[in-house]
Design a protein around this ligand. Sequence first.
Ligand SMILES: [Zn+2]
Length: 136
Amino acid sequence: MTFAEAIRLGSVLRPQAFGDTFGKKKRWFRKPETTSCALGAAIEAAGVQWLPDTGGGTNITVRGGVSAGMAWMFPPEWNFTSTHELCPMCRVNSTIIGLIEHLNDYHHWSRQDIAGWVEPVEARLTGARACQIKAR
Ligand SMILES: [Zn+2]
């Protein structure tokens, strides 16, 4: 599964979060519903683990938070997300993972649109192509 596919798959599981990887959406007279940003959607769909940070990898804090010794253990094929690119909207230069959050939180892009932006970037940097299913 590519990163773009993971965003798309995870986005059908929950409403979109803004400002948090996983958030809570208040609902009248019912328990709050868990929400996910574009990154949270990919994390959930790919089954990424939240584990003690061993300090061996690249630590990227996408929203300026403190990891408190824990980190998402991204699969190695997602390493391309530490590459710098320009925001397609405002041309700010950031890591791809930072731009995923930027497009989600600042420009309020849908997770489907974010997946559509990252898909050709991922293909260019990794050669990974989303699975194509053709009906006959
Ligand atoms: Zn921007």
